[in-house]
Structures are given as C-alpha cells and as structure tokens.
Design a protein around this ligand. Sequence first.
Ligand code: BGC
Length: 447
Amino acid sequence: MHQSMIWGVAISAAQTESAHDSYGKGPSIWDEFCNKKPFRFFGKSKVKNSHHLKDSADFYHQYKTDIDHIKYIGFKHFRFSIAWSRVMPDGVNINPEGVEFYKSLIDYCLEQDITPWITLYHWDLPAALEKKGGWTNRDILTYFNDYAMFCVRSFPQVNHWVILNEPSVFLGAGYLFGIHAPGRKSFDAFLKATHHAMLCIGMTYRSIKKEFPQHSVGSSFSMTQIDPHSNKSRDIKAARIADLLINRFFFEPLLGHGYPTAEVKRMEAIKDCMLPGDEVLLPTPLDFIGIQTYTREVFKYHPLNPFLKIKHIPAHKRTIDLTAMNWEIHAKSIYANIMKIEAYQLNIPIIVTENGVAFEDEVVLGRVNDFKRIHYFQTHINEVIKAKNEGANVQGYFAWSLIDNFEWAEGYQPRFGLIYVDFITKKRILKESAYWFRRHLNSSLYA
Ligand code: BGC
C-alpha cells in the first residue's frame, strides 16, 4: 500500500554545520543575530542563554558519520540545506571550498544510496545582502535566482529541490516581530519581504524547470492547524482570520488565488508592493508542495484587539501535553492540514517535509529513552497514513530532525533530534526514537 511513500529525515545548514566562519564562509544574518547585543556591546543576546550557532553539531566535519546513521536507521531520503553564504560569502561571488563541501556531501549520500533533497534557503541570508535591504529589496530576486541556478548547475545529480523553507516564519519572525534574524520590526518591511519571497518561489521554479525540466521542484510551507476556542460564530471568525495571517497568506498567491486579504483590510497594503504584471508571476505550478506541521493554535474573538479583534490562547493555558517549545501535541493537526491542502485540488504530491518534536532529552547510562518522542512520531505518522488511505495525494514524510540542532532563538535547550548531540564533545548517541524508526522502516507497514 505505501510502497511509493518516501521516508526521509531533515536538517538545515545554519542549525547544524558549525564552521560558521571557516573555509571561506561569509557571515549570514543568523551569525550576526547570534552576536547581536541590544546596546552594541552589552545587554542580553536575542538568543536564549546567549547560545550561538557556532557551537552546533559540527555536521561540516561529521557529515559522513551522520549519513552513516541515516543509512543505519533506514531512511532513504535526506533533506538538508545549502548555506548561501558558504557557497557565496557575500551572496554573489563564489567560494570554491564551499561548493566542494556540498559536492562531497552529495556524493557521499549517493554512494550510500540516499537521495538528497536540497533546500536552497533555510533562513540564513548572506549578511552582505541584508545590508542591501535583504528580502525587502526587489533585487533579491536576481541575487536569489543567480544563486539558485548556480547551485542547480553545480550539483546536477540532485533531482529534488525545495526553494524556500517556511516563508511565514522567516518573514513574520524576522521582519515583523524581530525575534528571528534579521531582527526587524516593521509592517512595511514585512509586506515587501513577503511579496518578494512569493515572487522568488515562482521565478526560481520557472528558471530551474526551463533548464532542468526533469527536476522535481517545490517549496516548503509552515502549516499550523488553527482552531476556534468555541463554536461561537465570532470565535470561528477569529480562527479564520488567524489562519489567513499564519498560513494562507504565504501559499495561496502561488496557487493562483492571489493574496487573501478580504477579511483583513490592513493586509491589502501588500498590493502597494506589487509592480504591474506581478499577478501573473505569482501562480506557480510547483511539482510538490512541502508542508511542515508541528502543533496547533487556538484563537478567540477579542473586542479590545484594535485591528484584528482576535486573541491567541497559548497552549500552556489549554493543555499540559506540551513539548520543550511549549507547543501542544496534537496529532490530528497533521491529518487536518493534509486534507486542507487536498481541498485545493492541486493535483500535485504533498510531501511532509518536516514533522517532529522537541524535549529536553537526557542521557542516562549511555541511552536516551525518548518514549514521548516515539509516541509523537507514531501518532503523527498514523494520521499521515490515514489521510493517504482516504485518498490524499501525500507521497512523503521527513522527520525533523536527524540530529539535535541550534533551535534558532531558543538556542540548544529544545532537542529535536533522533540522535542526541553532546554540544561540547560533538559525540552522537542514537535515541530510542532512532531505533524505533529503524524497526518501523524495516517493517512491512513502511516498506
Ligand atoms: C523549521 C526548523 C525548526 C523547526 C522547529 C521549522 O519551522 O523549518 O528549522 O527547527 O521548525 O521549530
């Protein structure tokens, strides 16, 4: 039944590679964000516990060990990202050593019979480009297109490409709320950056397909299930508005529906960021749609909220079933999200490009008994299979993450890996969840 299902595991460059300023790599906005202090030289870092991505898992030097582990566990697909500032330190000029690194990594995957899926952008913009305006500057389209085409031409053995990882998160957290790199807090910047990111997906898709029609090119979107606090019609409306702002705004333009602004007039300002002809560039017939679900959120009507009249009810006020990110564990969300995409009748494969959970794992007598993570994966995968059995065109599932990583503004405390990493010695220990995957990937259900 599920023979065609793709089973993989994912990581990203900034979260795992380390070697952040060696081998010719230039600084990215995340390097700068980790160094940032509110008053230039003092004050608290914007990353929890002042953690820094330079101290991550050292994937740059240990990639062979990690790929050996992927093979041992039994995943046949591996999604990782290219650090733009490693192959082009200033976003434009090439660093041959960086290119060589990814060549070796790809070759090693292929030698081990593991199919690479490359994410072109997992949030680590070269700092030099941010100085030119980053995603708010329309020139980003040319810079990104040149970078993407350079990668696709340099690594022709790679058939699977993911253009952008979760635009809603890097745009919302990075440009509107200032809690992620580049730390900007501007509604105008957020709208401009959003429009450019949407155009970027369309333009990059077309450029790659023109030269490499056989490649499979998609993009990944954060999909959080949004539920109303009650069945009252005003709470239902509040949830609908939150869904528009958190999810739909960042993929519907690509599906040919335009920006969904009808219920939130303020978002109509995005039209001021558009040039004549942009409406035709947005709809993009992606080869697959990547969805990434971790949790769900609940919203209710709130008359005192001046613009939106909605209020978020945080997970810790609703449940005790929380992860180390303080997110609710809610397996049915992944089913709901697959079905939601299915309802657009896109007739393209849906790939779950990320799903996983963080806990504060501990090593006890050399083992990491992460049974709660096993339960999370088991229940979520069951929901994915349920959607597939009911006819949804879901064709793949990637667990997040292979190894414990730098969890952006949350630092190193939340551990997402199937493999535990001692961030001092860089030693790896397979968690029980890795052994669980090994058993299940080899069993008939997942064959
Ligand atoms: C991102 C990952 C991140 C994960 C857990 C996704 O939004 O793509 O980089 O580690 O969520 O927060």
